[in-house]
Design a protein around this ligand. Structure first.
Ligand SMILES: C[S@@+](CC[C@H](N)C(=O)[O-])C[C@H]1O[C@@H](n2cnc3c(N)ncnc32)[C@H](O)[C@@H]1O
Length: 421
């Protein structure tokens, strides 16, 4: 029986089938979606064939599905399987990059805007993977600390991008190099750089990395990159997103590294500009749902909470931001959402009946919406938000200010392209 013609395009994406087979191996569906865009890659082809074979076996449990049948089904359907996505790869890419700790693809957006093709992505969070897939067509690979995930990284890419989570590592009494970072996610980044020797890398992290463990953590990172891996790394700089066209006060440390010494010597960080956007420039145009408005009861709790903490010397709490000002950094967790409250009187049917809980907030104080957080991070409105609000806030809070990444990326890319491919 010609099994390959008995499946439909929809079967490739059907949830129950997919769910059953990916339980065992998370990476094969990632491999399948990567193959759709990089059909020249043998590594992805193997994973993609496994995926189709598992799919056919699940659909026809009594048949013995050979690799040949799976391969021919894959090739037969390939032209139709690429999904229409808002952020497809550029048609004639000028460089390649990989997207580690990809989140929802902030780096990817910026690097694609600069003409790059992403040849590998990794992000283990299921909800972020969902957002990533719907916007870029690819499901990122899972846990990057696993050798089997690293094995999928293709050879010969140009730039490694990673906004890696900063974990504490203690280097007391040690040399402060590669081996001392073992067990941290930076170690995995360094290992990938060592193996693949990209022309350049682009790392981003929280500003706190500068003074973490009295500066020793950053020294260890730089020792590793410079001395153990032999890269030329300009002194890192902290850049603020507000200078790159988004109304958000977000400071992050940026680290670039190059194979060529002259690239590092000639490297200049982007300065951005003073002209600033304000909150009013990124507010939703239409009335927002009543659920974003705070009840008086909740407002009172916030006021008391802030006063209590202020009296203890740590005044962190809610803040109502003026429309002409810029937002505090969006962050996930804690009081993240309450740090950027705004006045918004546009809700026309503001009555006790329409409010969801507690007393009515007659002042029109509300949280910013996920779309507004997306705009604060410089994500275009075409970027799809497909997860529940709690996840969306977490994802944008965890992400990067795309225009700042793009400005820095541009400086790195110009050096890489100057050397040819
Ligand atoms: C600071 S966020 C980076 C967000 C990303 N730059 C963006 O634009 O959305 C770090 C991400 O690393 C992911 N992560 C943490 N450990 C991981 C691992 N072992 N393998 C893959 N992803 C991991 C987290 O789920 C999180 O989304």
């Amino acid at each position: 029986m010609n099994l390959e013609y008995k499946i439909s395009k929809e079967d490739f994406y059907r949830k129950p089938l997919r769910a059953r087979m990916v339980e065992e191996n998370d990476n094969i569906k990632a491999s399948f979606t990567h193959y759709l865009y990089h059909a020249y890659s043998d590594t992805y082809r193997r994973g993609a064939v496994d995926y189709v074979r598992a799919l056919l076996t699940a659909k026809f449990p009594r048949e013995d599905v050979s690799l040949e049948v799976a391969e021919s089904a894959l090739q037969y359907y390939l032209p139709e399987l690429k999904k229409e996505v808002p952020f497809a790869e550029p048609e004639n890419p000028t460089f390649t990059f990989i997207d580690l700790f990809a989140g929802i693809g902030g780096f990817r957006l910026a690097m694609q805007n600069l003409g790059g093709a992403c040849v590998f992505s990794s992000e283990w969070d299921k909800y972020s993977q969902k957002t990533y897939e719907v916007n870029f067509g690819e499901i990122p690979f899972g846990d990057i600390t696993k050798p089997e995930t690293k094995a999928y990284i293709p050879k010969g890419f140009d730039i490694l991008c990673a906004g890696f989570p900063c974990q504490a590592f203690s280097i007391a009494g040690k040399r402060g190099g590669f081996e001392d970072t073992r067990g941290t996610l930076f170690f995995d980044v360094a290992e990938i750089i060592q193996k693949h020797k990209p022309k350049a890398f682009f790392l981003e992290n929280v500003k706190g990395l500068v003074n973490h463990d009295k500066g020793k953590t950053l020294v260890t990172i730089l020792n590793t990159l410079r001395e153990d891996l032999g890269y030329h790394v300009p002194e890192p700089q902290v850049l603020n997103a507000k200078r790159f066209g988004v109304p958000q006060n977000r400071e992050r440390i940026f680290i670039a590294g190059f194979c060529n010494a002259s690239d590092a010597q000639a490297f200049e960080y982007p300065r951005g500009s003073e002209s600033r956007k304000a909150i009013k420039d990124i507010l939703e145009e239409d009335e927002v749902s009543v659920k974003y408005y705070l009840s008086n009861q909740y407002l009172n709790t916030l006021v008391k909470h802030k006063a209590r903490h202020a009296s203890k010397g740590n005044g962190f709490g809610y803040e109502i931001i003026d429309h002409d000002h810029i937002a505090n950094a969006v962050v996930c967790g804690g009081m993240g959402r309450e740090r950027n409250l705004i006045y918004d009187h546009r809700l026309t049917n503001f009555s006790p009946v329409t409010h969801i809980k507690g007393e009515v907030n007659r002042q029109g104080i509300r949280k910013m919406t996920p779309r507004e957080w997306a705009r604060l991070q410089g994500f275009p409105d075409a970027f799809k938000i497909v997860v529940a609000d709690a996840q969306a806030y977490r994802q944008f809070g965890n992400s990067v200010a795309v225009p700042a990444i793009q400005a820095m990326g541009e400086r790195i890319v110009e050096k890489v392209i100057a050397h040819g491919n």
